[in-house]
Design a protein around this ligand. Structure first.
Ligand SMILES: Nc1ncnc2c1ncn2[C@@H]1O[C@H](COP(=O)(O)OP(=O)(O)OP(=O)(O)O)[C@@H](O)[C@H]1O
Length: 203
């Protein structure tokens, strides 16, 4: 697995999930079709590269290579992804720095699996439960006179609507006029939105 360079502020990592049954069948069909060239996905862990060829492209068309800080192939393990890519970020958060992990991708590409995974199966636990374990283990090992404050919020932003998933009764809406408070503050803003710096109003 390629190692994420620790000096960079923003790292972009790609993970490809295994094909599901439907996709496997479709891939087998394309490869069997006379004249069909099949889609090609090559992943070079060392170079952090994904190389693609459009299955409909004419023979001889050059493949396209995309380079990332790290690539994780379909056989990659939750624990490896955590240890190599997430652990250094959480360590820096425990040292007092800000850190964000942002999962982005088309529907069904594996964001939930990577971030959440299967909580009850240690090998399939994703970033969130692994980060909780990491943070609370670190806290339990720290000096008795050292205090930590851990705050958690769980928000969904979907089509301009912000939902507090820990309190379904609160409906929040992004509000441009809230940006212009004279003292530049967002009075009464819930903690969760402070950290996102989202102007809000309750609807
Ligand atoms: N790395 C992986 N290994 C094994 N199965 C995976 C992996 N990634 C995703 N899957 C499986 O693929 C399916 C789709 O994944 P998931 O639900 O995480 O996608 P998603 O990006 O969160 O989708 P949506 O945006 O629609 O919520 C699930 O059944 C999930 O268990």
């Amino acid at each position: 697995m390629s190692k994420v360079k620790s000096s960079e502020t923003v790292k972009v990592v790609i993970r490809c999930r295994p094909l599901n049954r439907k996709e496997e069948a479709a891939a087998a069909f394309v490869t069997r079709t006379p004249g069909g060239v099949g889609g090609i996905v090559e992943m070079d862990m060392r170079l952090g590269q994904v190389v693609l060829r459009n299955p409909r492209s004419p023979p001889g068309e050059p493949r396209k290579a995309f380079t990332f800080d790290s690539v994780y192939d379909p056989s990659s393990k939750q624990r490896d992804l955590y240890d190599e890519t997430v652990r250094p970020l959480i360590d820096s958060v425990l040292d007092g720095f800000n850190g964000t992990i942002f999962a982005y991708g088309q529907t069904g590409t594996g964001k939930t699996y990577t971030m959440q995974g299967a909580w009850l199966e240690p090998e399939r636990r994703g970033v969130i439960p692994n980060a909780f374990e990491h943070i609370f283990t670190q806290i339990s090992r720290s000096a008795a006179d050292r205090q930590y404050l851990v705050r958690a919020s769980y928000l969904e932003i979907y089509r301009e609507e912000i939902r507090d998933l820990l309190d379904p009764n609160v409906h929040l809406r992004e509000s441009p006029e809230m940006c212009h408070l004279s003292d530049g503050t967002l009075n009464g803003c819930p903690d969760s939105l402070w950290s996102l710096k989202i102007p809000w109003r309750v609807s």
